[in-house]
Design a protein around this ligand. Structure first.
Ligand code: GLA
Length: 365
C-alpha cells in the first residue's frame, strides 16, 4: 500500500513539474531560434493589446508609414504617427518592419498628373519617387530592420491569375508612366538613401530591402513574380527578400504551393518573410453566412490544422524564412470584418485575447 502511495506521489510530482511552465509561454520565446514573430498595429489600436504584446518581437504599422500617411502633399511630410508607433515598439522590445515605400494604393492620386490631368513624364515621376524614398528612409533610419520597398507591383486584375494572361505588372499609374523601371528605381533609391545615411552617421544600416505581394502561392502569379525578380537581378537591384503577404482562408491554403514558393524565391538567394499572415474562417468558394455567435469548433479545427502546417513548414525552412508577421493581433481587431462584411476570426487569439487552439498547436513542437 505504502509503495503504491509513493508511486502515485512521484507521478503527481512529475505531472506538476511538467505543468509548472518549463516550456516557453510566448510565441517569441518559442521561436527565438527560428525567426521574429510580428504583429501589425495602427495609431488607433496600438495600446489595446498589452495583454498579448509579449508574444511578439516585431511590429508593422498598418498604415502609418504609407505614402499618403506620411507624405500627403508635395513637400508635406508628417512622420508623427509612425514615430509614435516606433517608440511604442521600442518600449516593448520589438523591431519594426517598414511598410511600404511604394505602392499604387495609399498614394495621393494627384502626384501622377499635371494641371490638365495628363500624366507627368517618367523623369518627373522618378524625381518624385527618389525624393519620397530618400525623405522616408532617411527619417526612419535603422529604426526599421526591413523595408517593403515596393508593394503589389504584379498584375492581379480580373483574369491576372489565369495562365493565358501575360501581363506581368499591375497596370497602375506607376507602371503606365515608368514601366517596370519604377520597381528597379525604387530599390536603387532605397539603397542609395541607406548608403548616404551610412556615410553621414558612420554606422552600418542593417536594413533589408524587400518586395511584398499577395497570392504568391498562386503558380501563375509566382511565375510573374519570378519574371520580375529576374529583371531586378539582371539589373543588379539591391533586393534582399520577398514578402509573402499570406492572407489565406480555410479553403485556400496549399502546403505544396507554399513550399514551392519558399523554395522558388530562396533559389534566387532571397530571404522570405511571411508579412501579413491571417487565415480567414470563411472559404471564399462557399457562401457561408456570418459566424456572429462565435467560431464553430469544427471550423476552428480546420483553421488550427492550417496554422499548424504553415508554422511547421516555416520551421523546416528556417534558413530561408526570416520573419512571420500576423496582419491582425487578435480576433477582435481584424481588417477582414470590414473587408468581408462579416465577423471573422483569423488569428491565434480570440476576441478576448485568449489563446485559441491554433496558438497551442503553433507552440507545440
Ligand atoms: C495589403 C497591404 C496592406 C493592407 C492590406 C489590407 O495587403 O499590403 O498594407 O492595406 O492590403 O488591409
Amino acid at each position: 500500500m505504502k509503495a503504491k502511495k509513493l508511486i502515485l506521489g512521484l507521478f503527481l510530482l512529475g505531472l506538476s513539474l511538467t505543468s509548472c511552465g518549463k516550456g516557453p509561454s510566448t510565441l517569441k520565446e518559442a521561436y527565438k531560434d527560428y525567426f521574429p514573430i510580428g504583429i501589425t498595429l495602427n495609431k488607433e489600436n496600438y495600446k489595446l493589446f498589452d495583454d498579448i504584446i509579449g508574444n511578439f518581437n516585431s511590429m508593422t504599422c498598418e498604415n502609418e508609414m504609407k505614402w499618403s500617411s506620411i507624405h500627403p502633399g508635395d513637400d508635406v511630410y508628417v512622420f508623427d504617427d509612425g514615430d509614435r508607433l516606433i517608440d511604442y515598439a521600442k518600449s516593448q522590445g520589438m523591431g519594426v518592419r517598414g511598410h511600404a515605400l511604394v505602392w499604387h494604393k495609399a498614394v495621393p492620386s494627384g502626384i501622377f498628373y499635371d494641371n490638365e490631368g495628363n500624366y507627368l513624364t517618367k523623369e518627373v515621376m522618378f524625381e518624385k519617387l527618389r525624393e519620397h524614398i530618400f525623405e522616408t528612409v532617411k527619417h526612419f533610419k535603422d529604426d526599421v530592420y526591413v523595408w517593403d520597398v515596393v508593394n503589389e507591383a504584379i498584375d492581379d486584375s480580373n483574369d491576372a491569375l489565369k495562365e493565358d494572361n501575360s501581363n506581368v505588372y499591375f497596370k497602375c499609374p506607376w507602371y503606365d508612366i515608368c514601366g517596370p523601371e519604377y520597381v528597379l528605381k525604387s530599390f536603387e533609391y532605397a539603397r542609395e538613401a541607406l548608403d548616404e545615411l551610412e556615410a553621414e552617421t558612420g554606422r552600418e544600416m542593417n536594413v533589408k530591402l524587400f518586395y511584398n505581394d499577395f497570392s504568391l502561392t498562386n503558380p501563375n502569379k509566382r511565375a510573374k513574380t519570378v519574371e520580375m525578380i529576374q529583371y531586378l537581378i539582371e539589373n543588379n537591384a539591391p533586393i534582399d527578400g520577398i514578402g509573402m503577404q499570406s492572407h489565406y482562408h480555410i479553403g485556400s491554403f496549399s502546403i505544396e504551393e507554399f513550399k514551392t514558393s519558399i523554395e522558388t524565391f530562396a533559389s534566387f538567394d532571397l530571404e522570405v518573410q511571411i508579412t501579413e499572415l491571417d487565415v480567414s474562417v470563411y472559404d471564399v468558394n462557399e457562401n457561408v453566412s456570418s459566424y456572429e455567435e462565435g467560431l464553430p469548433e469544427e471550423i476552428e479545427a480546420v483553421q488550427t490544422a492550417i496554422y499548424d502546417r504553415l508554422f511547421e513548414i516555416c520551421r523546416e525552412y528556417k534558413e530561408n524564412i526570416t520573419g512571420i508577421t500576423f496582419w491582425s493581433p487578435a480576433d477582435d481587431s481584424t481588417w477582414l470584418d470590414h473587408e468581408l462584411g462579416k465577423k471573422d476570426y483569423p488569428t491565434l487569439f480570440d476576441i478576448y485575447h485568449e489563446p485559441k487552439s491554433s496558438f497551442y498547436e503553433v507552440m507545440d513542437f
